[in-house]
Design a protein around this ligand. Structure first.
Ligand code: ZN
Length: 167
């Protein structure tokens, strides 16, 4: 038999838990809608970026392989988002994948986010800037040690800042 005390406890529990459950579920939905800390209107992005960078960062285009000067960038330094200048990859994690796109085995901490991309009839993991949401490329599981990951990036979505030369 259910007494009054049991009913009251159950009611309180539901009232306590539900708001937290809602908050938890709401978080991915907000991220999916493109709520990133650095935001511009489409017109502002078009004014800020060259056409090829806009097509990649804001429209998820892919640059032609072997076209990016960053393929041959071997200096020490940091690769930044061309959209918002957030540092994304350190030069120590860059490797020659032979694909014709700048490739890295690990991003800087909290620099990128991922989503599932099912375009072109197969499933890939899309990679974007954690600050502006700009599309950068994809990540695959055929990379080198220590991570086994290959972050295959569009060079046009990146800029390179060399480290200051040591005296
Ligand atoms: Zn960015």
């Amino acid at each position: 038999m259910t007494d009054r005390r049991t009913v009251l406890t159950v009611a309180l529990s539901a009232a306590t838990i539900l708001p937290f459950a809602r908050g938890f579920l709401a978080t991915p939905a907000i991220a999916a809608a493109g709520s990133f800390p650095y935001r511009l209107t489409e017109a502002q992005w078009r004014a800020k970026l060259p056409a090829d960078a806009f097509a990649v960062l804001r429209q998820e285009a892919t640059e032609r392989p072997f076209t990016s000067p960053l393929n041959d960038e071997h200096r020490a330094g940091v690769f930044r988002c061309r959209g918002c200048a957030l540092p994304l990859f350190g030069s120590a994690t860059k490797f020659d994948s032979g694909t014709g796109w700048p490739s890295f085995f690990r991003p800087l901490p909290k620099a990128v986010g991922t989503s599932t991309d099912t375009s072109f009839g197969f499933t890939r993991t899309e990679v974007h800037c954690a600050r502006c949401g700009g599309h950068l490329g994809h990540v695959f599981n055929d990379g080198p040690p220590p991570t086994g990951l290959r972050y295959c990036m569009n060079g046009v979505a990146l800029t390179f800042s060399p480290s200051p030369k040591k005296a």
